[in-house]
Design a protein around this ligand. Structure first.
Ligand code: PMP
Ligand code: GLN
Length: 378
């Protein structure tokens, strides 16, 4: 068999979570909370099921949920979005990203990707026959060197992928970054995919400037979001894509024959729950406390911490006390110290190793305390 993705193995998230289970390690690797979600949201879905919302809903998403999403992005980003022609509800953001790329890319197209890159991006580009053109973020702040982006653009550039707040580094785009992107793409036919799954998880007073706030960019963007990250229900796999009507039309051509529609009771439950703005307005403070608690608990460990301005991840650097490759180091932490983390080199196609590993702090306080206790002796 000639593989369509010959260099792709199993995603690091499955590899590390499996290893964590095998060694009964605390799992700070794969990004998901270990605390309970809001019981009101569970009740809302339960109620939806009991009311009989158990058959296919509209293929583009439950009408009430699309209306509520439009209300939310209007409130947060001042964006007027039409629920009929611009919002599609999907089984998670991964699917929304995959569909955005698949409905556009053809063999020979180039797609600009910032590295380290979330692990689904490059395989999704390549399975569509297109080529990833990689632009490194600048260590240690993982900021963008816009001259490098400019140089990476060619007549074949079809899309640019962006992700803010950024997984795995916790860096964020500034307003100046969005303005630079505007200047670069204006007058071209380059499209954008903006992965904003951590839109609500930002720290130190910084608030997420969604691509939806920038009309020039929004007119050419698929913006992808996830309820899993927002409401502590990653296992529900519900997300959505917002794109202008012409792009949404293409998106839905693929979507209707890939999964057709997304889980009905979860959508109706989420729609009713979205009335409650406090659920997302409380997230920055909630996660900032977790980040600060974790960093405080870890102050006696030998790691040096890089800045996390958003997302629920923070990078720990260890090059000053070990020269092990980060993949070996992550495996050793899991096996010998009982704490699983993610090696960041896997997010670079050439395996660039800055000797940093990613910790997820979306965990119960007691989980973070126990992880810190185990790691102080590293
Ligand atoms: N993009 C990024 C940057 C992520 O971290 C994740 C993981 N949640 C996703 C996309 C996928 O989200 P979902 O679980 O909704 O598919
Ligand atoms: N986004 C999550 C992370 O970065 C994992 C999601 C997944 O396992 N695909 O850890």
């Amino acid at each position: 068999l000639q593989s369509k993705l010959p260099s792709v193995g199993t995603t690091i998230f499955t590899v590390m979570s499996t290893l964590a289970q095998e060694h009964q390690a605390i799992n700070l690797s794969q990004g998901f909370p270990d605390f309970a979600m809001d019981p009101r949201l569970i009740d809302a879905v339960d109620q939806a099921m009991r009311e009989g919302a158990n058959q296919y809903t509209h293929m583009n998403g439950h009408p009430l949920l699309r209306e509520r999403i439009a209300g939310k992005v209007g409130h947060l980003y001042g964006a007027g979005v039409d629920p009929q022609t611009e919002i599609t509800v999907t089984p998670g953001a991964t699917y929304a990203i995959y569909t955005s790329l698949t409905c556009i890319l053809r063999p020979g197209d180039e797609v600009i990707v910032f590295e380290p890159a979330y692990d689904s991006y490059i395989p999704t580009i390549e399975v569509n026959g297109a080529t990833a053109v990689r632009v490194p973020l600048q260590f240690p702040h993982y900021s963008i060197d816009w001259d490098l982006v400019k140089k990476a653009i060619t007549p074949r550039t079809r899309m640019i992928l962006l992700n803010t707040p950024h997984n795995p580094t916790g860096s964020v785009w500034t307003d100046a970054d969005f303005r630079m992107l505007e200047t670069l793409v204006e007058g071209t036919d380059i499209l954008l995919m903006s992965d904003e799954v951590y839109e609500h998880i930002t720290f130190d007073g910084y608030r997420h400037p969604s691509i939806l706030k920038y009309p020039v960019l929004r007119a050419r963007a698929f913006a992808c979001f996830s309820f899993g990250k927002a409401y502590h229900c990653t296992g529900w796999k519900i997300g959505y894509c917002i794109a202008p009507p012409a792009l949404t039309t293409e998106f839905r051509k693929v979507h209707q024959f890939n999964c057709f529609s997304t889980n009905t009771p979860a959508q109706l439950g989420l729609a009713r729950y979205l009335e409650n703005r406090e659920a997302y307005e409380s997230l920055p403070a909630f996660f900032q406390r977790k980040r600060d608690l974790f960093l405080g608990l870890m102050k006696d460990s030998p790691f040096r911490w890089l800045d996390s301005k958003g997302s629920y991840f923070v990078l720990g650097s260890y090059g000053h006390f070990s020269q092990e490759p980060d993949t070996d180091f992550a495996i050793r932490l899991t096996k010998e110290y009982g704490v699983a983390v993610i090696p960041v080199s896997v997010f670079y196609q050439d395996g660039k190793d800055d000797k940093v590993v990613r910790f997820c702090f979306a965990k119960e306080d007691k989980t973070l305390e126990e992880a810190a206790r185990r790691l102080t002796s590293v």
